[in-house]
Design a protein around this ligand. Structure first.
Ligand code: ADP
Ligand code: AMP
Length: 214
């Protein structure tokens, strides 16, 4: 059976970057709530009677999309996956409990990065609109500005990667998601990884942690 990997860390910690490496090396599925929600930003959720009528209204404010919307996305994706790296979920303790009722994890990786570094990474991030590859204007620029090395697609900046929204997302992370890291630590599933090295240095530690736990 392919491994069940959870990757945790603040916005900008490098979860997507390392998930791409994990997919390539271990042949698992990348299950990411952020991408799934971005593809469904305008979905009508008014029947749920929540504060806003679409996921996008939460996302553009840096707030969490309500659990009932996100839980269902994850349940469907995990049911269909033979081995996965789960990225962006759980983001609060209720989601962590829901996940525990859905699946067993082999390992929970936590990428540890300081807030100032996170803001620099988020505001400089660029993403390919065709294939989703991630770049950074300074730390991992494409060969040609604005063009994806992998597929030639156009690169764009996410609407929530402004400094103001990035800081709000980090605040929401500290309030809601930091306790999730403790949750896995207390269960003995957590491997802490220094996320501030180069992408290759972080990858060496991520790979080791998976090989010795999954
Ligand atoms: P997350 O998925 O955790 O939000 P990403 O993987 O999208 O984070 O990375 C955020 C930004 O930081 C991207 O622009 C990415 O290219 C860059 N990045 C990722 N890992 C590193 C690293 N180890 N060193 C420098 N920049 C990095
Ligand atoms: P990300 O791509 O992981 O940075 O997520 C972008 C945005 O999507 C977040 O700021 C939230 O608004 C929303 N989101 C992603 N995952 C979740 C989740 N597990 N729970 C609630 N909201 C989420």
């Amino acid at each position: 059976m392919n491994p069940h990997i959870l990757i945790l860390g603040a916005p900008g910690a490098g979860k997507g970057t390392q998930s791409d490496n994990i997919v390539e090396e271990f042949g698992v599925e990348h299950v990411t709530t952020g991408d799934a929600l971005r593809a469904n930003k305008g979905m009508d959720i008014s029947h749920l009677g929540l504060e806003y009528d679409t996921p996008g209204e939460y996302m553009d404010r840096g707030e969490l999309v309500p659990d009932e919307v996100v839980d269902e996305i994850v349940e469907t994706a995990l049911d269909e996956a033979d081995g996965y790296v789960l990225d962006g979920y759980p983001r609060n303790l209720a989601q962590a409990e829901t996940l525990a009722s859905m699946t067993d994890l082999d390992v929970a990786l936590y990428l540890d990065v300081d807030e100032d570094v996170l803001v620099e990474r988020l505001t400089g991030r660029r993403v390919c609109e065709e294939c989703g590859a991630t770049y950074h204007v300074e730390f991992s620029p494409p060969e040609e500005e604005g063009v994806c090395d992998r597929c030639g697609g156009d690169l764009y900046q996410r609407e929530d990667d402004t400094e103001e929204t990035a800081r709000e997302r980090i605040r929401v992370y500290e309030e809601n998601t930091a306790p999730v890291v403790e949750f896995y630590d207390e269960r003995g599933d957590l491997v802490r990884i220094d996320g501030e090295g180069s992408p290759d240095e972080v990858w060496a530690d991520v790979k080791d942690a998976i090989e010795s736990n999954a």
